[in-house]
Design a binder for this molecule. Structure first.
Ligand SMILES: C[S@@+](CC[C@H](N)C(=O)[O-])C[C@H]1O[C@@H](n2cnc3c(N)ncnc32)[C@H](O)[C@@H]1O
Length: 329
């Protein structure tokens, strides 16, 4: 069997285009120094399921803290945006958090349009099921990056106000210039009076941060190493997942937790569809994710700089997590 035969054939035009993008990115990012892979590729069907398992771990406090804030303040959040007709969630995952907001909206007479934007088809399927059971909603899914999905939504006319939600500290996967640009991009997709709700993890002790990203059960390690399995399966790679160790590092200077996959020996790796053939040294790593941690005031400064004004900020001080609601000016 040739290398090319080892790559499964895509079934649809959209699937072929996304495999080609994945192959291009793998070729580009694995040749950088340090070697990297964009974190959005962590979420194939198995990666999305492993992320949902991470949310249940006692060491990963983000999900519980944010769910509690949404349950406690859902009505206040909605009260800030009269005539709300549309909610756009960027990266909904399981959809459970948005379901909490939709349930808080139930007493109102207006039906909600929900736009779910996610790169993971399995996350879109699960969140659609969760949300259709939560209330009177019309669901539109966008299997796309945040930016592309948001542009698709912005092209449609919306009768009332729109709320964009970005939860689970998804903002933390952007470096700071990227996060600023992303906030400006969201602002330009909105009209004045529309809202943006952001959940962001805050700086806390190194011990808590490392337990959240390197848990004693090894679920986060499986989530990280699954990226190599995905490359093997979708792009005809020959990564040996047992030859890479998961590593989480707190980079205090940059205020981010980094996830890496560290090569346990000198090894050659080929990825057929990416026409890539590299040698990795023992100890050399592939940087797979950054999770930037914020101070509450820095979030507000960033959002104000992007053309929003603060409506309210709720903080879970035990878990060190902030939910910030801003209005487009
Ligand atoms: C960390 S999970 C959070 C899920 C959910 N918001 C929560 O709080 O539980 C990130 C979600 O965003 C999606 N995602 C990650 N990067 C993305 C990107 N660049 N564009 C669109 N979706 C992305 C993933 O597939 C996943 O469903």
């Amino acid at each position: 069997m040739s290398d090319v035969d080892a790559v499964p054939s895509p079934r649809t035009h959209q699937e072929a285009a996304s495999i080609a993008r994945f192959a291009n990115d793998v070729q580009y990012y694995l040749k950088l120094q340090p070697r990297q892979l964009p974190s959005r590729y962590l979420y194939d069907a198995l990666g999305s399921a492993l992320f949902d398992a991470i949310c249940l771990l006692p060491w990963y406090q983000i999900t519980r803290a944010e769910m509690q804030l949404l349950a406690a303040h859902g009505r206040s959040i909605l009260a800030h945006i009269p005539h709300l007709t549309t909610i756009v969630e960027l990266g909904p995952g399981s959809g459970q958090k948005l379901a909490t907001l939709v349930r808080a909206h139930r007493q109102r007479s207006l039906r909600l349009d929900l736009h779910l934007v996610d790169v993971s088809p399995s996350a879109l399927a699960l969140s659609s099921r969760t949300l259709s059971a939560a209330g009177d909603v019309r669901i539109v899914t966008h299997e796309a990056s945040y930016e592309v999905g948001l542009a698709e939504v912005a092209r449609e006319a919306h009768a009332g106000r729109t709320l964009v939600v970005l939860l689970g500290s998804n903002i933390g996967n952007f470096d700071l210039p990227g996060a600023h640009a992303f906030m400006r991009g969201i602002r330009s997709a909105l009209a004045s009076g529309d809202g943006l709700l952001i959940g962001a993890d805050l700086v806390k002790s190194e011990r808590e941060l490392l337990l959240a990203y390197d848990d004693p059960l090894g679920v986060t390690a499986a989530f990280n190493r699954n990226l190599l399995l995905r490359i093997d399966r979708e792009l005809g790679g020959d990564f040996d997942v047992t030859a890479f160790a998961h590593q989480a590092v707190w980079n205090e200077t940059e205020s981010r937790v980094e996830m890496h996959l560290v090569s346990l020996r000198r090894q050659r790796v080929r990825v057929a569809a990416a026409e890539l053939d590299i040698v990795m040294e023992e100890g050399e790593s592939i940087w797979t994710e950054s999770s930037y941690k914020y101070q509450p005031a820095d979030l507000v400064v960033m959002l104000e700089g992007a053309g929003f004004k603060l409506a309210e900020q709720w903080i879970d001080s035990q878990a060190a997590f902030a939910l910030t609601l801003v209005e487009a000016v």
